[in-house]
Write a protein that binds this ligand. Structure first.
Ligand code: NAD
Length: 481
């Protein structure tokens, strides 16, 4: 069976302890490969390789770094079909989605930061009347750690690695142990593109073992992490006494506010996507839908009818809207939330059942589920489910809508549907979120700051924000006569 080995110093190698984890195909529940179950010894080896590569990589010209990264971007594009098939098999997401979104975006991440680094600038401050000139050096940090989740595997893995290496750092990276395959395949692409050995080291394994060894490593000075809020809190607790730089992109429970004056058809089509794209397993999905009371009954009827028509099936089938959930434990968690919601008194309007797909009976399939709630403070409306489950509820006016939208401990993104420009401005400013989409969803420009407030994280990635994170500013003050 295929072994997913570590990529350290440009070489694929088994973990030192020779321990392996099972890797499941969510579409049928079968084990189809084994993953390195790495520990601190492998992280130390990866760190040593990254440390050795740092002096040379940090002094490589921007032009050269950029060229290598553009070659990686092109090779990802050239391998689109192979990578998309691997991603779909590993994660359960529809193949068409991996082809249209995940893999193209992984390529864009490298291309974007290959170009961004050539435009990144620092500031100069003349101390007028004092005979001094200050300038800011933006220096790479050294060896940095990148840890990513399973929902958008290669997309989010490269979102961290690309700015880290563009800025001149060398990297110890760990993808999720639930979806390691495309990160494994990236190793070959980096070698083929001519990335010097040791610049990127990819170590596989669980959070408590390999991940923990990265965050505890005294000489890995910055950690960029995307994942759950509880893990983020643990990382912050561990890293704080070592004064590491941290970027934490965490969970969400995002509101979707629908006002009666919206463009109804556009709203409806997009809301189906923002609810159930990637089986609802996107941190930006609008899992709490609030609709202005005058539109509520019509919305409820139309939305439920449209959700009933969504097709759940094998990820390789081009006609499916939803594939499989990522793992059995995750499916069980999502199902338990649906049961809990009913115990709380909420009503399942459609969905809620597991789906058996002919020929793939062991797969982790679930119907898209719409739950009507009467209390926005109930657990199904407060806690992140991260599956194909949304709640709906009416609101009375703007004040009520904002109170409901902001009434959670999360603050990642929010979506607003209205044709009133004044309302757009008022509500956008008042929403407690890092990202607000108005009359659209998940429209991304890689130059914009990305991240959350409240329990959705600390720091911003994207554009120059990511390059600022992966560099240390140093003020140089020169006194002159
Ligand atoms: P997770 O927190 O369980 O795991 C994320 C990564 O952290 C994995 O690689 C895991 O192995 C690692 N990890 C776990 N424990 C660790 C430890 N002690 N030390 C170091 N690393 C550790 O999250 P998940 O279940 O993989 O992903 C789902 C979560 O990610 C959801 O909460 C979702 O909202 C969030 N997410 C957030 C964003 C964002 O941009 N804000 C994007 C995607 C997903």
């Amino acid at each position: 069976m295929l072994q997913i080995t570590n990529y350290i110093n440009g070489i694929f190698e088994a973990p030192v302890n020779d321990q392996w984890l099972d890797n499941y195909d969510p579409s049928n529940g079968n084990v189809y490969s084994h993953i390195s179950n790495s520990d601190a010894k492998d992280i130390e080896n990866a760190y040593n390789a990254a440390k050795a590569a740092y002096p040379s990589w940090s002094q490589t010209t921007l032009d050269e770094r950029s060229k290598i990264m553009l070659r990686i971007a092109t090779l990802i594009e050239e391998n689109l079909d192979m990578l998309a098939e691997a991603e779909s098999k590993d994660n359960g997401k529809p193949l068409w989605l991996a082809k249209a979104v995940d893999i193209p975006r992984a390529s864009s991440n490298f291309r974007f930061f290959a170009n961004a680094i050539t435009q990144f600038a620092s500031e100069a401050h003349e101390s007028v009347g004092m005979g001094a000139m200050n300038f800011t050096l933006r220096q790479p940090i050294g060896v940095v750690g990148c840890i990513s989740p399973w929902n958008l595997p290669l997309y989010l893995f490269t979102w961290k690695i690309a700015p880290a290496i563009a800025a001149g750092n060398t990297v110890v990276a760990k993808p999720s142990e639930v979806t390691p395959m495309t990160a494994f395949l990236l190793g070959n692409i980096c070698t083929e593109a001519g990335l010097p050995k040791g610049v990127l080291n990819i170590v596989h394994g669980t959070g408590p073992s390999a991940g923990q060894a990265i965050i505890e490593h005294p000489d890995i000075k910055a950690i960029s992490f995307t994942g759950g809020t509880a893990t983020g809190a643990h990382i912050a607790r561990t890293a704080a006494p070592m004064f590491k730089k941290l970027s934490l992109e965490l969970g969400g429970k995002n509101p979707n506010l629908i006002f009666a004056d919206c463009d109804y058809e556009n709203m409806m089509t997009t809301t189906l996507r923002s609810s159930f794209a990637n089986q609802g397993q996107i941190c930006l999905c609008g899992s709490r839908i609030f609709v202005e009371r005058s539109l509520y009954d019509k919305f409820k009827e139309d939305f439920v009818a449209r959700v009933k028509k969504l097709v759940v099936g094998h990820p390789s089938d081009n006609n499916v809207n939803l594939g499989a959930l990522v793992s059995k434990p995750h499916l069980e968690k999502v199902v338990s939330y649906i049961e809990m919601a009913q115990e709380e008194g909420a009503t399942v309007l459609t969905g809620g059942n597991q789906v058996t797909v002919g020929g793939y009976e062991g797969g982790y399939y679930l119907e898209p589920t719409v739950i009507e709630v009467t209390d926005d403070k109930c657990r199904i409306n407060q806690e992140e489910v991260f599956g194909p489950v949304v709640t709906i509820m009416p609101f009375d006016d703007e004040v009520d809508a904002l109170a409901k939208a902001n009434g959670v401990r999360y603050g990642l993104s929010a979506t607003l549907w209205t044709s009133d420009l004044n309302r757009t401005m008022r509500v956008s400013k008042a929403l407690e979120a890092g990202i607000v989409w108005v009359n659209t969803w998940l429209m991304r420009d890689l130059r914009t700051p990305f991240g959350g407030v409240k329990n959705s994280g600390v720091g911003r990635e994207g554009g120059f924000e990511a390059l600022r994170f992966f560099t240390e500013p140093k003020n140089v003050c020169i006194k002159y006569e």
